[in-house]
Write a protein that binds this ligand. Structure first.
Ligand code: SF4
Ligand code: SF4
Length: 193
């Protein structure tokens, strides 16, 4: 798998093998050496007041699940209704946890949090703190705690791979232009290349 600069990557779609690689790559590194869930009672894993908090899977990521996981509730949603890019396949999968997951099974979105990608207009990738308006507060973001370098590097490497998928790149492009249009301040942890 090549992880070179995103602008050199031809349009393609991530394969099941790519997702297996991404899960392997991101299996170990964590934001802190200790479990950051002890700082907040694992608030990002809670179902929320209305039992409506969950995670969207990336296009094709569903191959990593059997859909018989006892800890997950699945919803197939229309990507257009959820404002995902027009290139995204229908349906998009939204999953909610009923209890703690087996860690090695957690979706990619959980493995990246609290970091996110931002593509500059020249195609360069920045790794930033998540800018989503979340219904909870993550101490890693609010307290500016130093994150492990291996975690930041792993997230950057994973996003370089993710961005070879044109549908995922469309998503990151749209999010990035949204950041700019709204003047959302970016807290950058890593620049690529
Ligand atoms: S909210 Fe932040 S600190 Fe708490 S478990 Fe999630 S990532 Fe860790
Ligand atoms: S899949 Fe695991 S890490 Fe992700 S929100 Fe659910 S319990 Fe938390």
């Amino acid at each position: 798998m090549s992880t070179h600069k995103t602008t050199n990557i031809v349009d393609t779609m991530l394969t099941p093998k790519d997702y297996q690689y991404l899960y392997h790559l991101t299996a170990g590194p964590t934001p802190l050496q200790k479990n950051c869930g002890v700082l907040c009672g694992s608030v990002c894993c809670q179902p929320g007041e209305n039992n409506d908090l969950g995670i969207y899977l990336f296009p094709g990521e569903e191959v990593m699940f059997t859909r018989r996981e006892s800890w997950l509730i699945w919803e197939a949603q229309d990507p257009a209704e959820q404002l995902f890019p027009a290139s995204w396949p229908n349906p998009v999968y939204f999953v909610r946890c009923t209890r703690s997951c087996p860690r090695e099974k957690r979706p990619l979105a959980c493995r990246f949090f609290p970091l996110a990608p931002h593509l500059q207009q020249n195609g360069d990738l920045l790794i930033i703190y998540e800018t989503l308006d979340l219904p909870y507060s993550c101490p890693l973001i609010t307290q500016n705690l130093p994150l492990q370098k291996t975690f930041i590097q792993t997230v950057a490497t994973a996003w370089q791979v993710m961005l070879k998928d044109s549908r995922i790149r469309d998503f990151v492009e749209e999010e990035s232009r949204y950041h700019e249009a709204r003047g959302i301040p970016l807290r950058v942890l890593k620049t690529e290349p």
